[in-house]
Design a protein around this ligand. Structure first.
Ligand code: PLP
Length: 395
């Protein structure tokens, strides 16, 4: 199908929930993608942190192929070896918890919310309230949409799910004030993604951890975007001296294959009993095999180190651009999760970069967001910066 026809038929057959760029991507390899017209793009958005190993990494392709020829899906009524292996790897990399597998970030957070409520139902009197942060993003199902502390996503979907309260991000006093006898959990992204690349201060995360100990609250970290190597450590919370009770992951875990997971410390996980929660597809052999290949490759190719090195190289150069252009308000982020805050909306810059062969996006209206694959090298970063600079020059 021709590009124009695809775009025309999309408007007829697909529900209009996305503001799409006029671009049909048909092929990807490493840090690059190609459109239907054969034009090449440097992909510095990487499926919004999904394609952390780049596009069609041979190890992911091989793992999917091999598993597809053996067993694609069986019900969770039976034992699934790749699922167990992936759970074991995640426990070893994190805080030794147990996993519940699902298919997306929202589902992982939904599981975390349900587990927290189940845990709270055992207190006397029962507790159910969850405090989340302003400018957070936790997903689009009704409960995760309610957890998301951003009005624009919630408009038109009332009544929302009861039992959530919000506090400003990085404001420990406000969180403490919001705690009530019904509160059972605090939920936070250690590095906010959709909210504009906002880093939790050490004082804040450590303070939340202390509050959680004092009030017997579960600490839930949503690392769906910032986890799995993105910040230069396996998990963003590992930059701090804190450990959560529950952590959620999705995006990059399957190297592009849909998979999500909620990991919970044993004493919390045991609140779920057989029959309390389930997912038909969750952790099926195909998705689990992709997850295993992702974690193996991350380690075999030393990608945490590459992320730290490339992240610091990239950020230093972005800081130079900030000196050059006074409309750049701030450059922030960790590893290869970087944001450039402008004094005006960034959409036009994103469109112009796309014209010149660089994919990125803009979040929280004014923050240019860079999430390149963790395999990125200096040459590609230089190329991206050159395009960005040439676009910024015209503003
Ligand atoms: C993307 C994202 C989600 C939602 O994940 P989906 O797979 O789109 O449901 C939740 N939390 C954070 C921090 C995210 O970045």
């Amino acid at each position: 199908m021709k590009r124009e026809k695809i775009i025309e038929e999309e408007s007829r057959y697909i529900i209009h929930t996305y503001k799409r760029a006029p671009l049909v991507l048909v092929k990807g390899k490493g840090t690059k993608v190609w459109d239907s017209e054969g034009k090449e793009y440097l992909d510095f958005l990487a499926g919004i942190a999904v394609n952390a190993l780049g596009h069609c990494h041979p190890k992911i392709v091989e793992a999917i192929k091999k598993q597809a020829q053996t067993l694609i899906h069986v019900s969770n009524i039976y034992y699934i070896e790749p699922q167990v292996r992936l759970g074991k790897m995640l426990a070893r990399e994190s805080f030794g918890g147990k996993s519940f597998f699902c298919n997306s970030g929202a589902e992982a957070n939904e599981a975390a919310i349900k587990l927290a409520r189940k845990y709270g139902s055992k207190s006397s009197p029962p507790r159910w309230e969850i405090i989340t942060m302003e400018n957070s993003f936790h997903g689009r199902t009704l409960a995760t949409l309610t957890a998301t502390g951003e009005k624009k996503y919630q408009k038109g979907f009332a009544p929302l799910v009861p039992g959530f309260k919000y506090a400003p991000f990085n404001d420990l006093k406000a969180v403490e004030k919001a705690i009530s006898p019904q509160t059972v959990a605090l939920m936070v992204e250690p590095l906010q993604g959709e909210g504009g690349i906002n880093i939790a201060t050490p004082r804040f995360l450590e303070g939340l951890s202390k509050l959680s100990a004092e009030h017997d609250l579960l600490l839930i970290f949503d690392e769906i975007q910032c986890g799995l190597g993105r910040t230069g450590k396996m998990f963003a919370y590992q930059h701090y001296g804190v450990t959560p009770h529950i952590m959620t992951l999705a995006k990059s875990l399957g190297g592009g294959v849909p998979i999500g997971v909620m990991i919970a410390a044993e004493e919390v996980a045991s609140s779920f009993e057989p029959g309390n929660h389930a997912s038909t597809f969750g952790g099926n052999p195909l998705a689990s095999a992709a997850g295993i290949a992702f974690l193996e490759t991350l380690s075999e190719e030393n990608l945490l180190e590459n992320t730290r090195k490339m992240g610091s190289y990239f950020k230093t150069k972005l800081d130079k651009l900030k000196e050059k252009y006074d409309f750049i308000k701030e450059v922030r982020g960790r590893g290869l999760m970087l944001g450039v805050e402008l004094t005006f909306p960034g959409k036009e810059i994103v469109d112009q970069c796309l014209q010149k062969g660089l994919l990125l996006n803009c979040t929280a209206e004014k923050v240019l967001r860079f999430l390149p694959p963790l395999i990125v090298g200096t040459e590609e970063i230089d190329q991206a910066l050159e395009i960005l600079d040439s676009v910024l020059k015209t503003h």
